[in-house]
Design a protein around this ligand. Sequence first.
Ligand code: ADP
Ligand code: ZN
Length: 531
Amino acid sequence: DPVAGSVTQSDALRTLHRVFGYDAFRGEQEGIIEHVVGGGDAVVLMPTGGGKSLCYQIPALVRPGTGVVVSPLIALMQDQVDALRALGVRAGFINSTQDFDERRVMEAEFLAGELDVLYLAPERLRLDATLDLLSRGRISVFAIDEAHCVAQWGHDFRPDYLALSVLGQRWPDVPRIALTATATHATHREITERLGMPDAKHFVASFDRPNIQYRIVPKAEPKKQLLSFLKEEHAGDAGIVYCLSRNSVKKTAEFLCKNGIEAVPYHAGLDGGTRARHQSRFLREEGLVVCATIAFGMGIDKPDVRFVAHLDLPKSVEGYYQETGRAGRDGAPSTAWMAYGLQDVVQQRKLIQGGEGDEAFRRRAASHLDSMLALCETAECRRAQLLTYFGQEAGARSCGNCDTCLTPPETWDGTVAAQKVLSAVVRLQRERGQKFGTGQIIDILLGKRTAKVIQFDHDQLSVFGIGEELAEAEWRGVVRQLLAQGLLAVEGEYGTLVLTETSGSVLGREREVRLRKEPKRAPAARASKGE
Ligand code: ADP
Ligand code: ZN
């Protein structure tokens, strides 16, 4: 063919055509691959679905020797290896799921130079035996997948990753490529430092996922809200529903099934066989819904996931972005839907306070949560806020494809309402030496003579009945937003309300409190669909 003959194709492009059957590189892939094939180190930040795998698989094929891929996703290694073998790539893995003989076969193939790609779990690299094995073979490139796991500031720290700095020291001539789909500036810097890659070239793709519509609705009856969201907008679609606990995973799956939606549960408490069966049904069948804890989804490559729903608040924006990013890898319109309410804030704050870890750990967790809450409470474009969080310029102040852009929320001056809540908390504490949770505080403000109000004589307080201008749901919105803004805090096992250092500025009228008006109903779904 004279035309093709006149064009000199790079080895990388030829491999892309021949092995993977794709026409062209996407986005930054070409630059990354050329750089690594040429022997350079690279740090790659690319959103889920961006095409990170080819960035190390092609250098592994083009350069002489075996590409060693470090990945924490042990459960997926077999699938990844099978997929590569189906393309004719000589791939293998070494991890703890193998028996002695299987491992011996892999080791022998590696040493004989018969592997293009070898997947390894990070904990393997803490073993001298593994390092010795690698020293006796020929390595073309080291790929460090899910590289954010090395960052202690990040949301998914894994101590085994710290040992990976040894790779650069022992194999200074082998290029390394670190890849992640989650990277704030802080995490990015930590990856570069801890992996010892000061000379690496950095490739940062846009984190925008324009085909994903972001929506966060006020939580009232979450399972019912989910059901109508699915029926109205995603009937027959495949999707993931994330819940915090195993129990709510189970209940949600049962609820959906009872209401005519095919759903299966997935969490770490199910036996391995059931988990594998549900995962493979999700990958193979059309329109199956998986209700899962966050144990589900890492590395799962299903292009046509049409929605990701959260019934509970993720612990960080990184987590939220990663989980929602599993929707719409094929580029078609998809929805990231979340129900969020007061109880989420109380629960997460309690978890952090009562949780394990030292003070620094708690501070970090609290700061992650604060960013997540800010995203939930914003009256501005959610996409713009997400991108700003990842240190990227948003294309426009208003994306037109998130709930706050589609139905801009009203804000109001909630200073007086905030003062009323805080006064009630102060009165109880100063005059009675008591602390109570949200329910009691709101009953007092509304002037409700409930059994508990009578029992504690709370109808005698001067703040009793001073808040009749707002409905109960509105008061819950006020409390939630005060908690989110750090103007109020929860304490102890029962989540009692207490003041914070900044509460005084509101009580002393030094500070205005702007609040988001609670929508009467969830933002109309149809507004987003029909043009
Ligand atoms: P990531 O690891 O970044 O989440 P993957 O490497 O799994 O993304 O790629 C996502 C999807 O895009 C996969 O189905 C992959 O085969 C496909 N893909 C990647 N690069 C290309 C390309 N250059 N052309 C066509 N499809 C691609
Ligand atoms: Zn928007």
